[in-house]
Design a protein around this ligand. Sequence first.
Ligand code: GLY
Ligand code: MN
Ligand code: MN
Length: 306
Amino acid sequence: RTKKSQDEIDLLKYINQATVEAHITTMKKLYQNFVVNKKKLIERDVENYFVSYIRNKLKSRNHPYDHICGCGPNGSTLHYVNNDQELKDGQLILMDMGGLAAGYVSDVTSTVPVNGQFTEKQKQIYDIVLNANLEVQNNAKPGVKWTDMHLLAERIIITGLRNYGLLSSSYTVDEMLNNRVAYYFMPHGLGHLMGIDTHDAGGYLSFTPVRSKEKGLSSLRTARYLEPNMVLSDEPGIYFIPYLLEQAFKDEKISKYFVVDKIKEYYDFGGVRIEDDILITDDGCVNLTEGLPRTTEEIEATMAES
Ligand code: GLY
Ligand code: MN
Ligand code: MN
């Protein structure tokens, strides 16, 4: 199950491209209803834009997982599923919504501003996550250990947060990386094997690297060396989870790395996740989710298209 056949790859490409279309449709409908028509919306309205498109396109009633559609602070709840809160101007909405057909799945997240315009603060956090997502795609190839891709994403997240003054510039990125500081902003694994299930089988087998006990790394659903025809999600994120951050502030071994007053300015920010599905090839990887607007400029332009 970890290495897909050509037929499976063709099917996953089809499902992913349907999902891309559904995400784009959702972004545009959100803008039309919330910004142009000034409608009151709840998160489930946004989920419904996606669901109606993907059901028609894939001729499937079912979904690979409960869609996560969280605006504002709800974006920081990793498996938020209530999707019943009202959207408020100025918030981001994190939309983790995939498609299912013939037993195969996509698992895709876009994070966009509900009013169609990123604030400077949102753009800064978003761009760190996008950089992590893209650098993983630039480096994932056969022979690379997935754990090292997770650490690459963490390095970019720590560097970005340090540049913007949320982490102390008195300490090096390496020291913070080694002390698992990134975990407090991304308390999940970078990505997982996928295909026949959202979190597909084969992550830890008797002949593959064992699960790490380190914070963050222990959440990885595989630590395997990449091989051609594996399909994985690439889903770095930055979340502001007050409960988790307060634990870091109280831990005398690591509290010195965090700029507490600055981080508290982000307590109602929520989170950003950018999740693509990638296919490992002979010498690199391809993004099955190609075509989604990913830069902040692309997202703003796409949302405003009628
Ligand atoms: N939607 C679940 C996940 O991203 O793993
Ligand atoms: Mn995923
Ligand atoms: Mn997901």
